[in-house]
Design a protein around this ligand. Sequence first.
Ligand SMILES: C[S@@+](CC[C@H](N)C(=O)[O-])C[C@H]1O[C@@H](n2cnc3c(N)ncnc32)[C@H](O)[C@@H]1O
Length: 282
Amino acid sequence: MFSSKDIARYYDVSESQYRFFWNLDKSQSLHYGYWDNSTKNLHEALLNINKVLSQKVNITREDVLLDAGCGIGGSSLWLAKNIGCNVTGISLSEKQVKKANELAAKENVSHLAAFQHTDFTNTGFADETFDVVWAIESVCHAHDKSAFLKEAFRVLKKGGRIIMADFFKKEDLFGKDAQQIQQWAHGWAVQDFSTKDDFQMQLDQTGFSNVKIEDATAAINPSAKKLYRSYFLGSMLGFFYGLVHRNPTSLGKKNIDTAYLQYKTLQKKLWKYLLISAEKKF
Ligand SMILES: C[S@@+](CC[C@H](N)C(=O)[O-])C[C@H]1O[C@@H](n2cnc3c(N)ncnc32)[C@H](O)[C@@H]1O
């Protein structure tokens, strides 16, 4: 079972890989992005997901948002700059939080976007603080996804919305399929992915209504392919790093292997990328 510290450490150790392969400094994104007909490159796709999700739940400048699992703050900063809403980003990594606050200051949006080291299953925020809870590729890390949903429901105002983009494994996996999905998950410090049906049931049980689930797998496929291609370069670089330093970190090595597994399992249709929105009724 991955602890909060393990998850934070995974991001801290693999930051250089995201910088190198995912252009982290420019995109500020630790996600797959969203490719549509007008998307020309990875950078555009990485930013585009922010536009797509914000339109799905109609975010306006009056909204107060929680970015649950904010990475280095890319989405929060995009929302502050492009919509002008108020965002609090939270992450398990203190390093990410520090970086996100530095970026907010550099980009002159500290008055709108602030970041703190907080667990999204136990935030400490007062009931009914936020209009929107936003989570891109972060909820997969929760062992108990319903703990996140309960906390999101608690901190949402009545009439508030939740919007998520995440990975969901196919029902009833076994044998090599189950093993590959597990190996991929563990490479990213994810204990296990949820299935769509389990998650939908948890949303219902938590009290969310107007649940909408959209399969966006086709929109992330080009990113999955790019990540897969980076596996070969990553393996080579890792090999030479290991030779020189005689001490490659196993976390870094596993992260490179996941680049291969996520695509192989996608080709076998063992998982889907879903956009999920729901409301907390008045
Ligand atoms: C794949 S990154 C996504 C970051 C960001 N949403 C983005 O799209 O760039 C996952 C993030 O979730 C955060 N995270 C995972 N579990 C968390 C938890 N229990 N509480 C807060 N943040 C968490 C990690 O620290 C990391 O910042």
